[in-house]
Design a protein around this ligand. Structure first.
Ligand code: ADP
Length: 365
């Protein structure tokens, strides 16, 4: 069924011997075959073409999506904002990404992700917009269910764990004559409960980072480093450690609090897994002008076996016994990795030739 033509082949490369009409027909078939709604608008934002998927999904009358009719198939709560954002993008030529609900023939709604970008002519002027709407309903529902589950688990698990800790304290206070072995076991029980509590809380943080959108703003990394060092001042004084910024740091596009979390983990680890008399952390940037600069955090600590350099980014992975090097649950690097991935960056570690480790991560400017 042809309910409004698919996106035309203008601008699509033609192989030798392929006629423009043939290429158009192939392109039209591709548009009809994909599972997404795909559309093309004129430069002013009025839809000119949409594939049949739009009408299959919404049950709307053929041709009704053209012009600005598509927005009438949206949930009333999404329609006004979606129209406004669409028109703004059409006017400015910016990329657009909107989550909105489309009405189904049965009258229910399904969440879709609308993505669109401008197409420009040789002179740079906007000739069209093209885009797609992807059904993300099941994904959103699953994420919401997982979040609810995670919240329930963390809330319901943490309460008894904290109670165990409290009860061990009461038991010790109520039994002043308790022998040393029993007292030691109670202390251990309380510590284990607190460790489990921290693990549950880390799992929750890790899961939350997977679902929520990262709010990125332009931030001077030098300021974030200074702020992070300030919050670690007491720890730095205790360990006799020093943090030094060895190259100019770039301005990057990031969530400030999350970036502080990453840097805090790397600095703390560099001091923690360190037996040097003068513990030193050096922070700098490689290719600070590139679109995704690389930031390094170098320490003069115990170093990391290159065979384990991937494993340490796994959740609850530690290379040492629970009590060694000041404890820890092995979640810091897993959380740091997830934060950076959510920013479109990555993190890895390499041994330093003279001992110690260098963690590197990329983050877009
Ligand atoms: P935690 O610090 O709680 O153990 P992390 O996820 O931050 O958890 O680190 C995981 C493991 O990676 C650590 O237990 C340690 O074995 C190793 N590690 C991390 N940072 C360093 C470092 N700078 N030098 C040596 N080993 C490190």
């Amino acid at each position: 069924m042809d309910r409004g033509a698919g996106i035309r082949a203008s601008g699509v490369e033609q192989g030798a011997g392929t006629s423009a009409a043939g290429s158009d027909a192939v392109f039209h078939s591709i548009c009809e075959a994909v599972p997404d709604i795909v559309f093309r608008s004129a430069g002013d934002g009025k839809w000119e073409h949409v594939n049949g998927r739009f009408y299959d999904v919404t049950g709307a009358a053929p041709g009704s999506a053209l012009g600005d009719g598509w927005a009438r198939a949206l949930h009333p709560e999404d329609e006004v904002a979606a129209r406004q954002r669409w028109l703004r993008a059409a006017a400015t030529g910016g990329d657009l990404q909107i989550e909105c609900r489309l009405r189904t023939p049965a009258g229910s709604y399904r969440w879709h992700m609308l993505r669109s970008r401008a197409v420009r002519g040789a002179d740079g002027s906007i000739t069209h917009r093209v885009g797609a709407m992807t059904d993300i309903h099941d994904l959103r529902t699953t994420i919401a269910e997982l979040e609810a589950f995670g919240h329930a688990v963390s809330h319901d698990l943490r309460e008894p764990l904290r109670s165990i800790k409290l009860i061990t304290q009461f038991l010790m206070e109520d039994s002043p004559g308790m022998d040393e072995t029993a007292a030691g076991r109670l202390v251990r029980l309380g510590d284990l409960a607190m460790r489990a509590d921290r693990m549950v809380s880390a799992l929750r943080e890790h899961a939350r980072l997977g679902g929520s959108e990262v709010r990125r703003t332009s931030n001077d990394l030098a300021e974030i480093v200074a702020q992070t060092v300030e919050t670690l001042r007491a720890g730095l004084a205790d360990s006799g450690g020093a943090v030094e910024v060895v190259t100019p740091l770039p301005v990057v596009s990031c969530d400030r609090a999350l970036m502080q979390r990453v840097l805090g983990t790397l600095i703390e680890n560099g001091l923690k897994f360190n037996r040097s008399e003068r513990k030193r952390i050096q922070i700098g940037a490689e290719e600070p002008e590139s679109p995704t600069p690389t930031i390094f955090v170098r320490d003069n600590g115990i170093g990391i076996d290159p065979g384990k350099s991937d494993a340490i980014f796994g959740m609850f992975t530690r290379l040492h016994a629970a009590g060694e090097f000041g404890g820890g649950i092995g979640a810091g690097l897993a959380i740091a990795r997830r934060i950076l991935e959510r920013h479109g960056g990555r993190i890895w570690v390499e041994p330093e030739p003279g001992g110690g480790s260098t963690f590197r991560f990329t983050v877009p400017r």
